[in-house]
Design a protein around this ligand. Structure first.
Ligand SMILES: C[S@@+](CC[C@H](N)C(=O)[O-])C[C@H]1O[C@@H](n2cnc3c(N)ncnc32)[C@H](O)[C@@H]1O
Length: 273
């Protein structure tokens, strides 16, 4: 069966890489994220996951960082059931379904217009979950989002696509809009930006990377001083490493002792404001 999809721009097409990663994780011997919806969607769309040439390491990286961000959202909404949740650059990810927040939480998946249209066509609706089809660099995209409630904000696989100025502008808009909140994202260091341009598995996204790379969480705090680091979470030191395929598990165990080597893997940076 052919499913009609809107024409996506090259930047919007970056969503397939992470969808492929989550679908491959679901099929792994010991899945990390266990995202059945991602797997079903990839199968329904006949997504050729092999074309991304993803080895085990980026697959677990994509799945594991999403799991870590899901947990941050779960903890936040458990304490603040009046929260607003935002997934920035949501792609076709279904975090709100995985996290399943209480109905008192309003959730916003934000992505470019073509992706928003694809979400409406492909993903199940859910009460209190909304889709915003706007460029995050547009100043007005937050206009319809409540501004009197605490926010938990996720940017999973997004910030590499924003220039320094765009990231600063986005953080400023978010912090000015909400009274308080938390934000988390996977960090892109200068090493990640360099490696993504070289590694065969990231060639589908490499041309769209605009971030200069931020080597430490303090670089982000300097960019936006109202952000205070809660924790930098190195995936190499998380318990789920025990479920990695053995080569990736070994590499993670060997590098976990070193902050600088762990940062060269995947780290999730978690801030409050
Ligand atoms: C690598 S995908 C990640 C998708 C999803 N978060 C996931 O984990 O599967 C990056 C997403 O960011 C979106 N994106 C990039 N720049 C954007 C912008 N300026 N405004 C809105 N969305 C953007 C792309 O359209 C794409 O869906």
């Amino acid at each position: 069966m052919t499913i009609p999809l809107p024409d996506l721009t090259p930047l919007e097409n970056t969503l397939w890489l992470t969808l492929a990663g989550k679908a491959l994780d679901y099929r792994a011997e010991h899945p990390i994220l266990r995202d059945r919806t991602a797997y079903d969607l990839a199968a329904k769309l006949d997504l050729d996951t092999a074309r991304f040439k993803l080895s085990a390491s980026p697959v677990v990286g994509i799945a594991h960082r999403s799991l870590v961000m899901d947990d941050i959202v779960r903890r936040f909404v458990a304490g603040r059931p009046d929260a607003v949740g935002l997934d920035l650059g949501a792609g076709l990810d279904t975090r709100v379904h995985r996290v399943d927040p209480p109905p008192t939480v309003d959730w916003y998946d934000v992505d470019l217009p073509g992706v928003a249209e694809a979400r409406r066509l492909l993903l199940p609706e859910r009460p209190h979950a909304h889709v915003i089809g706007r460029d995050l660099n547009d100043p007005g995209w937050l206009d319809g989002v409540p501004s009197d409630r605490p926010a938990v904000i996720v940017a999973d696989g997004l910030i590499g696509f924003l220039s320094r100025e765009e990231l600063a502008g986005l953080l400023d808009r978010l912090i000015r809009h909400f009274p308080a909140g938390e934000i988390c994202f996977n960090g892109y260091t200068r090493f990640h930006v360099w490696a993504a341009r070289k590694y065969p598995g990231t060639q589908s996204v490499a041309p769209f990377l605009k971030s200069p790379g931020f080597d430490t969480p303090q670089d982000i705090e300097r960019l936006e001083p109202r952000l205070k680091l809660v924790r930098e979470i190195f995936l190499t030191r998380e318990p789920e490493v025990a479920r990695y395929p053995w080569t990736t598990r070994l590499a993670s165990r060997l590098t976990s002792w070193s902050t600088s080597l762990s940062r060269k893997g995947t780290a999730v940076q978690h801030y409050r404001f």
